[in-house]
Design a protein around this ligand. Structure first.
Ligand SMILES: Nc1ncnc2c1ncn2[C@@H]1O[C@H](COP(=O)(O)OP(=O)(O)OP(=O)(O)O)[C@@H](O)[C@H]1O
Length: 440
């Protein structure tokens, strides 16, 4: 007799009693407590009339009675609406700010995901007078700096000491969406760029960001934001070189263990993933404050209901031919072919394009291409002018492309949970679709 498989119990106690997001229901915007009417209108303009369950659950823990008291770990399937789940409460909280400073930082592992998230913020933040910036290396660093930092207006005829001007440089944005590399460039070299006033840190696609060090961006950000209360942290001043005039940001207060009931200012963190790690050694890096886990049901991996999954086993030398035959069969249905690397992407796409009989437009989507080329390809794919996109799963994981009908894993992702998330995310808006693994 086969023993029933034991359910693994998370090592971390706070992970053992999560909030089950699947118990929440969609909530129409007009019934959402405390929602700013300007944001309600902006959401309606986006075609959104109600919030998804994960968004309602996060709203409850942030704007609702939870009041951002705990750091949130949100483990919810791809396509469940995690972006708006954090964007909306942050924008609502910042809507009452009086001075423009960088208050919220969202970090994502790739430029394309960052662009996608920035679009969501950009659709709601201006409605309450907030500005959103992007630091991803899409444009030159000089252009990016001019977007992010505002120089003081100087009066003609007065000679200024450059040292005096430094503290007067100000952030042009309230919210910044960044990739780790460019974020580190700004931290290390951009004059006037400061995290001193940061109140909210969002780590999206957490697993991936924790898996790779990305120039130690996380310890750097945590160190720079550890506190600005000198009485509790005399060392903080050395970490925080710039101030905006006499403006001092007091972060949300929380009572931390070991502080004998004394409250101390802290940075609010929200970390998100479709496949959140349970590994304590990874999670400890985030330095979470009384974390609260919000998760969708008991299962870590959720498959869309109408997914059909197939496996095609063939000799490795025949893999390209099987793929060609398959694409021919799929006709003009939108399809993404995942490979394991940029080299493999390029080789495969070049090869497929030799098959002129296919009569379908096939393009590569690779990190070796310029962002402008990638954006053009993605636009054409979204519009249906390209039917097949060949890409490494690392690049497209989490991207939202409507109308994709088929996912082909030409190379299997190295980490098995990526098999789920890479494909799922691109088909999330499809009611029925198929995934095929070609294995040699
Ligand atoms: N409340 C809503 N009503 C209607 N559509 C929504 C709502 N929230 C999000 N969406 C749409 O659902 C899709 C998925 O949202 P989103 O990309 O935020 O999911 P996600 O959980 O972040 O996925 P991933 O893990 O891939 O990043 C997007 O096209 C988004 O515009």
């Amino acid at each position: 007799m086969v023993e029933p498989k034991q359910k693994s119990v998370p090592v971390l106690p706070w992970m053992r009693s999560p909030i089950d997001v699947s118990l929440f229901e969609e909530c129409p915007l007009n019934l959402l407590p405390c929602l700013d009417s300007r944001l309600e209108e902006a959401l309606q303009n986006m075609g959104i009339s109600s919030l998804f369950p994960v968004q309602v659950a996060v709203w409850q823990e942030t704007i609702g009675p939870g009041a951002f008291e705990r750091d949130l770990c949100i483990n919810s399937p791809t396509g469940s609406g995690k972006t708006l789940a954090y964007a909306l409460p942050i924008v609502q909280m910042l809507s009452t700010r009086s001075v423009k400073c960088l208050r919220a930082l969202v970090v994502l592992p790739t430029r394309d995901l960052a662009l996608q998230v920035k679009e969501v913020f950009a659709a709601i933040a201006p409605a309450v007078g907030l500005s959103v910036g992007l630091a991803v290396g899409q444009s030159s660093i000089a252009d990016e700096i001019s977007e992010l930092i505002r120089k003081p207006k100087l009066q003609a005829g007065i000679s200024y000491d450059p040292e005096d001007l430094m503290p007067r440089l100000q952030s042009s944005v309230d919210i910044l969406v960044a990739t780790p590399g460019r974020l580190m460039d700004h931290i290390n070299t951009t004059k006037g760029f400061t995290l001193e006033h940061l109140c909210y840190l969002v780590v999206d696609e957490t697993d991936r960001l924790l898996r790779e060090a990305y120039q130690s961006w996380l310890p750097t950000v945590l160190q720079l934001t550890c506190s600005n209360d000198e009485s509790l942290f005399p060392c903080a001043k050395t970490c925080l070189p710039y101030t905006v005039g006499s403006l001092k940001t007091i972060r949300r207060y929380g009572v931390e263990r070991g502080f004998k009931g004394k409250s101390y200012p802290r940075l609010v963190k929200m970390v998100l993933s479709a496949t959140l790690t349970q590994d304590p050694s990874k999670l400890v890096q985030l330095d979470l404050h009384h974390p609260l886990l919000l998760t969708s049901g008991q299962r870590r991996y959720m498959l869309p209901e109408k997914l059909e999954s197939y496996k095609l086993i063939c000799e490795s030398k025949l893999k390209p031919l099987y793929l060609v035959a398959l694409l021919q069969n799929l006709g003009r249905e939108k399809c993404i072919v995942f490979t394991s690397s940029v080299d493999s992407t390029h080789r495969l796409c070049t090869l497929l394009n030799f098959f002129g009989d296919l009569q379908i437009k096939i393009k590569e989507y690779s990190s070796l291409q310029r962002q402008s080329v990638r954006s053009k390809t993605l636009k054409a794919f979204r519009e249906g002018k390209i039917q097949v996109l060949v890409s490494s799963d690392a690049l497209t994981r989490g991207m939202d492309v409507e109308g994709v009908r088929n996912i082909i894993n030409y190379d299997m992702p190295g980490i098995h949970k990526d098999i789920h998330s890479s494909g799922w995310s691109n088909c999330k808006s499809r009611p029925d679709w198929a995934m095929l693994h070609i294995a040699a």
